[in-house]
Design a protein around this ligand. Structure first.
Ligand SMILES: [Zn+2]
Length: 258
């Protein structure tokens, strides 16, 4: 789902890995892209709502009442509950595709950690954590790493530049294939509002990870896919960072306030 968004090749800053200055995309094309963004936002909102609702059903069916001595299971369970609550909050407050993606990711991680709590409660080892695609955390999981190589295998020829680039970030099979073929991976875009990169810059779409971290907590954490702090950050309201000079305009660059 959400694969091969046709406008990915148009994203400024994809090759450079940083937001581009405005004005490099013709206005008509930019408006077309922003209209497509609205369609995607609506689709992703419906998808995220389904994921959060599914997580809610799982929690209701698999509630746990853990005594204090089951510390490991309680830690997993409390994290899972926070993640589920944060996913619902993000769904209500989402302003852009990365917020909605984080809602999906946290709802899914909540269910995974609930399963880990049940495993700990039953005295079983939890399964390995799911590793999500950095380029678009909505993609399939990253394939498991091959087993450690012997000394003999390590003496094979060194990786080419493209393989090395593909290994730099966790990538699903399709994104890895694209990078090795010299193509851009199928990235999740984010909308930088008008004025974000300069006084007269228009709203532009950029890869989500190119948004400066002080503007979005999702750039560095792959929309909450990595790290433990995502749920607490959302529950404290710290996910609502925005570009300081960005005027919040309706996508389509009409200049009208939101
Ligand atoms: Zn991918």
């Amino acid at each position: 789902m959400f694969r091969r968004w046709w406008f990915i090749g148009l994203l400024p800053g994809l090759a450079e890995g940083r937001p581009a200055r405005g004005g490099r995309v013709p206005k008509e094309r930019q408006e077309l892209v922003l209209r497509e963004w609205e369609v995607l936002r609506d689709r992703l909102t419906r998808f995220a709502a389904e994921r959060v609702a599914t997580a809610g059903e799982v929690f209701r069916a698999a509630e746990l009442d853990l005594p204090p001595e089951e510390g490991a299971a309680r830690r997993e369970y409390l994290w899972a509950l926070d993640a589920y609550q944060a996913a619902g909050k993000l769904l209500d407050e989402a302003a852009d595709l990365p917020d909605l993606t984080a809602a999906v990711v946290l709802a899914e991680r909540a269910v995974e950690r609930l399963a880990a709590a049940h495993a700990a409660h039953a005295g079983r080892r939890p399964g390995p954590p799911v590793l999500r695609c950095f380029y678009n955390p909505l993609h399939g999981a990253v394939p498991a790493a091959p087993p450690k190589q012997s000394n003999k295998a390590r003496r094979r020829p060194r990786l080419g530049a493209r393989e090395a680039a593909a290994d730099r970030r966790p990538a699903c099979a399709a994104c890895r294939r694209a990078i090795i073929a010299g193509q851009p991976p199928d990235v999740l875009p984010a909308l930088l509002p008008a004025g974000a990169t300069g006084r007269r810059s228009p709203g532009v779409l950029v890869p989500y990870y190119a948004v400066p971290q002080q503007w979005s907590p999702w750039s560095a954490t792959a929309c909450g896919a990595y790290g433990e702090d995502g749920p607490a950050l959302v529950l404290r309201g710290e996910h609502r960072r925005r570009p300081p000079r960005g005027r919040r305009t309706r996508p389509g660059a009409t200049g009208r306030p939101d």
